[in-house]
Design a protein. Structure first.
Lengths: 345, 570
């Protein structure tokens, strides 16, 4: 008997170890939806709670990262998708996924009530919009005052030599905000003019950041006098007491929608549909409105405190289809021109 | 295995050959199991990574095309030069400082040695990112001491060099101290008798004596800085380095093939440094003879006082790094509202994973410490005390040495390739806490293994022969004699694993999932999102946890030495 004891013991220990390691992977009961998102982290819990008030049986498992990264991740997983739903990713990214045949066509209940601009033109639509996020420039009055930097009023102002080393912007390869900036400049100034503008801007850039909110946060804390970011982030930092002026450049500002889509091939199609139905309700849109001045559901939007005035009028007539289908080319061009500042020195 | 071994032992083969006992079989099969573990979790992933680097996106073999693309992309190629520059610069600085600091601790009568010893080890308790974060607060555009840089920016080579030097300092210091402690006082007596000047004695006796230690420390520092990714990520600005390139390629663009290529480029110098260090280590052996007399420093006022000043400056710098991170994490809104509060510790409303990340880290580090110590110590025991089976044992030793040569970032990336493949039977581990525990164990395997082996070598092999002749099975000897005697070493190993699992970023950055974010990863992600004060707060939470573990460890070791280890003092 005794001689088997050790063998049994080691077997048991081994099994226990394996079971222990596997424990973390197998702990779920209700339907679990894997939802990819680029929504700010502080909003995710609120969104999930609002959804679970209606559907307590569906659990949301968030995977959050910057727009560019979530997009790259989805594309990389094309043959073996992990996500069930994408809730809150740039519409240009979802259009790209649609082109790749990765999205499921579905008309959520009540989709006809949304502003047409916020719904995919295909029938049934592949994606539905939530809200618009709009580029802006965060200008730190205290630090700019110290350095005698005038308040820029246009994008072209930012290329003036006086701002050398004083501007921070997000890297469009990883940040959705960065991409909407670049694509709007190319639309505003034309292909050639756009790159020319960015060549000039590049001379003034202190560094490129990974996320779209970091330039404004760094402007808020004075780490840089000027950060190219988005209006919502600027308003938030201003509400926190940062000495910011949020500038809406006179040429017009780029914008993108946060949008929702079901990933083709999901094993939880029913639950995914319930979630997407929820994302376009009036209640959900009111929730988006706490941070975004422009939402998909007409008549819901209330003004957001410290949101720059006149910004909705300044939104350019954005050609999303063009931006989506040229995304890869634009990003490659951008990278080869600007990605290594150290090299240029 | 036991089933098949039973008939063998009763068969009584006629040959006069040492018969393998049941114990031998069990020990060998256990060793094979741990050896297989190392194969599966180190060798195979590395192999997968190598093969990825010669494939295109559709997994077709394309030879060296990726490498050609890499070396013809100037931006990527530049990074290699940048990494090399920073690594060499940091190595020179750290070796210089660590040598003087270590000299002061071992060869002088400087007061407050215990204080300087404790302070020097502080960077071990913090993730490498903390240095970068503190530097932003000291020398960033809103930094309190910005003027000291004379208009230069901290975001770039200066910041990376200072930040890297800070966190690798204790690694170099520990090696230097060991090297300086091993000396023969008779050499110095001879030097005095021959009236050799002090300077000459230093260059003819002291330096040659610790030559190998210095070389070894140099390689360790070089490899750590060359492959580290935390510091350049935080403070690098637009100064690209190889390690950040891997991250950009893999995370930013999901270009795994190019990530694999950069990893291989990263692996080459690490392996060269490792091999040279191994050769040098072998030469060290004969330095200390049995008749050597330990060196006792004599007071020397000028020397002791100047050393004190030097150590004070270094210690102050280390404390400034830690202190600034602590202060900045309590400030409400730097630099405009300097009132203090705990709002930055409210991790749940920020990017990065919240307080869950902290608890995940704690569990992960505990599992790593417990499971890792058990596996590594048992493995070392089987290798050291097993009989025969020489080939198997030396293969095992080589496997155990391998992880030291593999940078964490490279190991982590190769884990994605290996475990994210649906055809892999271990695929279920992907995205769990389990894979984080395993990568931490394998990444820090070598040092733990060597510590265990050293402790086991000090034990007389007669314990095994006696218990074998008494027909006591080896596991009884192991549990009743070996483990109790080696408890201090076991505690050391588990402490080493715990601290490293708590603070590592590079090994886990590619492997965490949304359920298993870790505190060190949260520090990085919060910094990425611009929430630098909360990042500092989380880094401080890691530091406090590690400090608490250290204190607990010191208390346990002390208590043990008093009670069960009384036999050590005669």
């Amino acid at each position: 008997m005794k001689k088997h004891l050790f063998a049994k013991l080691s077997l048991g220990l081994g099994a226990a170890a394996v079971a222990g390691l596997a424990l973390a992977s197998a702990a779920n009961a209700a339907t679990e939806l894997t939802v990819y998102t680029a929504v700010e982290a502080e909003d995710l819990k609120k969104y999930a709670k609002a959804f679970n008030d209606v559907h307590p049986d569906i659990e949301i498992k968030w995977v959050r990262d910057s727009t560019g990264i979530v997009t790259a991740k989805l594309l990389a997983e094309k043959n073996n998708p992990v996500a069930d739903v994408v809730w809150g990713l740039a519409a240009t990214s979802l259009m790209l996924l649609k082109e790749e045949g990765m999205t499921e066509a579905y008309a959520p209940q009540g989709v006809e009530k949304l502003d047409k601009k916020f719904v995919d033109s295909a029938n049934p639509p592949h994606w539905t919009g939530m809200d618009a996020w709009i580029a802006s420039v965060c200008y730190n009055t205290v630090e700019a005052g110290k350095k005698n930097l005038p308040l820029p009023t246009s994008w072209q102002d930012l290329t003036k030599p006086v701002y050398k080393g004083s501007v921070v912007m997000p890297n469009p390869n990883s940040s959705g905000t960065g991409f909407l900036d670049v694509s709007s400049w190319l639309q505003l100034f034309g292909e050639e003019g756009g790159w020319q503008f960015m060549d000039g801007l590049h001379q003034n850039i202190a560094w490129y950041t990974h996320s779209g909110s970091k330039p404004c946060k760094q402007a808020a804390s004075g780490e840089t006098p000027i950060g190219i970011s988005f209006a919502f982030r600027g308003a938030k930092s201003k509400n926190d007491g940062a000495p910011l002026t949020i500038v809406v450049p006179s040429e017009g500002v780029g914008w993108d929608m946060e949008a929702t889509s079901i990933i083709k091939g999901t094993k939880n199609l029913e639950a995914a549909k319930k979630l997407v139905d929820f994302t376009i309700t009036k209640g959900a849109n009111m929730m988006y409105n706490s941070g975004y001045a422009v939402v998909a559901y007409p008549g819901v939007a209330k003004p957001v405190k410290n949101f720059p005035e006149g910004i909705t009028e300044a939104m350019i007539d954005n050609n999303f289809e063009w931006a989506a289908s040229n995304r890869k080319r634009i990003l490659a061009e951008w990278q080869s021109r600007y990605d290594s500042k150290s090299e240029a020195k | 295995m036991t089933e098949t071994s039973a008939p063998l032992s009763t068969a009584q083969p006629p040959l006069v050959k040492e018969k393998l006992s049941r114990d031998d079989w069990i020990m060998r099969s256990c060793m094979v199991v741990i050896g297989l573990f190392l194969c599966v979790f180190i060798l195979l992933p590395l192999y997968t990574m190598l093969s990825k680097s010669v494939e295109n996106k559709d997994e077709a073999f394309i030879g060296l095309a990726n490498y050609i693309e890499y070396f013809s992309t100037p931006a990527l190629f530049w990074s290699a030069g940048n990494s090399l520059t920073i690594a060499i610069l940091s190595t020179v600085i750290v070796l210089f400082v660590a040598f003087i600091y270590g000299y002061a601790l071992t060869r002088t009568c400087m007061p407050f040695k215990w204080f300087f010893k404790v302070v020097a080890l502080i960077p071990l308790l913090t993730p490498s990112l903390l240095g970068g974060i503190s530097l932003v607060y000291w020398f960033g555009n809103q930094g309190v001491a910005k003027g000291l840089l004379f208009g230069e920016t901290i975001y770039g080579p200066i910041g990376i060099t200072i930040g890297s030097s800070y966190w690798v300092f204790p690694h170099a210091l520990m090696i230097v101290i060991t090297a300086l402690s091993i000396t023969d006082a008779r050499l110095y007596e001879a030097a005095i008798a021959l009236r050799t000047s002090q300077v000459r004695t230093f260059f003819t006796v002291t330096l040659p004596g610790c030559k190998y230690g210095l070389i070894s420390a140099g390689f360790v520092v070089f490899t750590l800085v060359f492959t580290d990714f935390g510091v350049p990520k935080v403070i690098g600005g637009n100064y690209n380095m190889l390690a950040t390139d891997v991250y950009k390629q893999v995370i930013g663009q999901q270009n795994f093939q190019m990530g694999a290529v950069v990893s291989v480029v990263l692996l080459v110098p690490a392996i060269i440094a490792f091999s040279v260090d191994r050769i040098v280590q072998k030469k060290q052996v004969a330095l200390l003879s049995a008749r050597a007399v330990p060196y006792e420093p004599k007071p020397h006022r000028v020397r002791d006082m100047s050393m004190l000043v030097f150590c004070l400056i270094v210690a102050a710098m280390i404390l400034c790094m830690l202190g600034m991170a602590q202060y900045a994490s309590l400030v409400k809104f730097w630099p405009y509202n300097l009132t203090l509060g705990f709002s930055n510790y409210d991790f749940d409303v920020m990017d990065g994973g919240g307080w869950d990340a902290f608890w995940n880290s704690l569990y992960m580090a505990l599992y790593t410490a417990v499971i890792g110590t058990a596996v590594i110590f048992f493995g070392a025991y089987l290798m050291e005390k097993g009989r025969g089976f020489g080939t198997g044992r030396s293969i095992f030793h080589m496997l155990a040495m391998l992880p030291l040569a593999v940078p964490g970032l490279v190991l982590g990336l190769s884990y994605i390739f290996f475990f994210n493949n649906p055809a892999n039977p271990f695929n279920f581990l992907y995205g769990t806490l389990g894979i984080l525990v395993i990568v931490s164990i394998t990444h820090f395997y070598t040092v733990s293994h060597l510590t265990a082996v050293t402790a086991l070598k000090q034990m007389d092999p007669e314990f095994e022969s006696v218990s074998a002749s008494l027909k006591a099975p080896f596991y009884k000897t192991f549990a009743r004699v070996t483990v109790p005697v080696c408890t201090p070493a076991i505690l050391d190993v588990s402490m080493y694993l715990f601290l490293n699992a708590m603070t590592t970023v590079s090994a886990v950055i590619f492997l965490y999932s949304s359920d298993t974010t870790l505190a060190s990863v949260a520090v990085m992600n919060m910094d990425d999102a611009g929430d630098i004060a909360p990042a500092a707060a989380m880094a401080m939470m890691i530091a406090y946890t590690c400090a608490a573990a250290r204190i607990l460890h010191a208390g346990l070791t002390r208590g043990l030495l008093k009670h069960s280890q009384a036999w050590r003092n005669r």
